[in-house]
Ligand binder design. Structure first.
Ligand code: ATP
Ligand code: MG
Length: 335
């Protein structure tokens, strides 16, 4: 019989770090950024990169830097774009044993340019890159078999092969008393497809912890209004919500109407990419290391805020010591 949430120690939303690493499944990419704001890539422009990237990679890097056991199932090409990512994750303490290297495809990439209005133009190479070649090979199976927590990112919805691995991982990790979190970070157009909608809702029902950003809360709950959406999610399987509010900070919602608001740190936003992933990585690591929700939320908010002060999607991911220093030295919004 699978071990259900109610069989876990009361009060612990997520399985402890000692049960095994937090794992995630999805794309590893490099990001190459335009040096200056403007529209698109229709003329030669100055670019800087490659930066290690991919939402699951950013999440797991921050999780590892925070001191949580962490691993990723992903695929890269046999090229420098792959190597820069694998080396970063290895150096930051993540388990890279389930990153497969394919000779047939280049590592995924994203070229990004910020427009003056803050929107972004992208050129992606993901669907036909190594990033889409993830599979349940022996290394991936072995990592899942020793994992204590699965974090699912909505970006995985764009990778067809990810589904079978996610389903398998949920079953195995649950059966050993592990837990699941879900960051519904996905392109809205994908939700137009009936199968994606069905899988999305199944994940909402499966996850112990949901980490939505802005409107994703309403999409996950299927209704508008913050209080109504939170109530609707708790009426399902949700045990904890960590809501991301960008420069407005973040909020924890727990059982019994518990709510904790974390006012934002006041920072200069240089590059917003990766804030939500760093927030999630730090939050999950802290909770699994036994910290109360208040402390986890503070570290997560610091991780998100620190990351936006630096160019590059995971360049600002901090260790616990980095985040302690950041918290001590950075003013917060008085709300
Ligand atoms: P992503 O673009 O990575 O998907 P997201 O929308 O999931 O991001 P955000 O809400 O942008 O997530 O960021 C996560 C957290 O990081 C916020 O809740 C906040 O605590 C912190 N944060 C992000 N941007 C800023 C900012 N400009 N100033 C202060 N804190 C920030
Ligand atoms: Mg997000």
């Amino acid at each position: 019989m699978p071990i259900t949430r109610s069989m876990q120690i009361a009060g612990d939303a997520l399985a402890p770090d000692a049960l095994g690493p937090t794992i995630t499944i999805g794309e590893i990419l490099v990001e190459i950024m335009a040096d200056h704001r403007g529209d698109g890539f229709l003329e030669p422009i100055a670019l800087t990169g490659p930066y290690p990237s991919g939402a699951p990679a950013i999440f797991i890097d921050q999780c590892a830097r925070m001191g949580g056991a962490a691993g990723i199932i992903a695929s890269v090409g046999d090229d420098d774009f792959g190597r820069i990512n694998v080396e970063r994750l290895r150096n930051d303490g993540a388990d890279i044993s389930a990153i497969s290297v394919t000779r047939d495809y280049p590592t995924g990439s994203a070229f990004v340019r910020y427009r003056h209005d803050g929107l972004r133009d992208f050129v992606f190479n993901i669907a036909k890159s190594a990033a889409a070649q993830i599979m349940l090979d022996a290394q991936a199976s072995a990592l899942i078999a020793r994992a204590g927590h699965l974090h699912v990112m909505g970006t995985a919805f764009a990778i067809p092969g990810a589904w079978d691995i996610i389903d398998h991982a949920i079953e195995v990790i649950r059966s050993r008393g592990g837990t699941v979190s879900f960051d519904p970070n996905l392109r809205k157009e994908l939700l137009g497809e009936a199968l994606t909608q069905q899988r999305f809702q199944r994940l909402v029902d499966t996850a112990d912890l949901i980490l939505p950003s802005g409107e994703e809360l309403f999409v996950a709950a299927g209704c508008e209004g913050e209080a109504a959406a939170v109530q609707a999610l708790f009426a399902r399987n949700t045990h904890e919500i960590a809501l991301k509010r960008g420069a407005q900070g973040s909020t924890f919602f727990g059982p019994g109407g518990k709510r904790v608001d974390c006012p934002a740190f006041v920072v200069e936003e240089v590059d917003p990419t990766g804030a939500g992933d760093c927030f999630g990585g730090a939050y999950v690591a802290c909770r699994r290391l036994g910290m109360p929700a208040e402390q986890a939320l503070l570290y997560a908010s610091a991780a998100g805020a620190r990351n936006v002060t630096v160019r590059g999607p995971m360049e600002g991911a901090g260790t616990r010591a980095d985040l302690d220093a950041f918290i001590a030295s950075t003013p917060r919004c008085i709300s």
